[in-house]
Design a protein around this ligand. Structure first.
Ligand code: HEM
Length: 165
């Protein structure tokens, strides 16, 4: 047993679960649950979740990616460009790498941007939500759920690499 590989993979999987799991829980549990609340409460919860998630995932995601990079290269079979583009394992690893970077940027640009727009959307004079705020809140939910597409690609790559592909 190589304990360095063991440790790197242990941390990689733990942090990867935190990142992917957060997205699944938001889509399957948090959004359906808060859909029953008044739109202003939804905005408050969305803003707080977004703020906390940004602080946590700005550290966790680069760590997942760096560990995945190291696990495939220094601690894995990929030793040169031929190992990346000339083998099924290398191509799968590369797809995971790109998908993770795109998914991270999606969170930073599309999701954070939608949360910002939601926070800036106006209220009616009587304090109720405007149509603009309702649309902005729906948009936050949509871009958060779409993030799952990136995770499905990454997750599939992890399973394929397990089988050497
Ligand atoms: C959401 C992000 C990620 C999650 C949840 C995740 C999860 C996992 C899991 C569960 C395994 C163990 C698979 C097994 O042995 O059955 C694994 C292995 C691995 N991951 Fe990831 N991973 C993520 C992102 C990445 C990224 C971005 C890369 C590449 C840069 C990567 C590279 C690897 C490599 C090389 C292995 C070892 C595969 C092997 O040779 O068996 N991972 N990952």
């Amino acid at each position: 047993m190589n304990w360095v590989v063991f440790g790197a993979q242990w941390l990689h999987i733990l942090l990867g679960i935190l990142w992917f799991g957060n997205s699944l829980v938001i889509a399957a549990i948090v959004i359906p649950a808060i859909n029953r609340l008044p739109i202003l409460t939804q905005r408050e919860i969305g803003a707080l979740l977004g703020e906390r998630a940004t602080r946590v995932f700005d550290v966790v995601v680069p760590a997942v990616i760096v560990l995945g990079f190291v696990r495939g290269t220094f601690l894995g079979p990929i030793k040169d460009l031929d190992g990346v583009f000339g083998t099924a394992y290398g191509i799968t690893w590369f797809v995971a790498l790109i998908a993770a970077i795109v998914t991270f940027l999606w969170g930073k640009i599309a999701i954070n941007g939608a949360v910002r727009t939601m926070n800036l959307s106006p209220l009616n004079p009587d304090g109720t939500a405007t149509a603009e705020l309702e649309a902005a809140t729906d948009r936050v939910k949509l871009v958060a759920v779409l993030e799952l597409v990136g995770f499905l690609v990454i997750f599939t790559c992890m399973i394929l690499m397990r089988f050497g592909l």
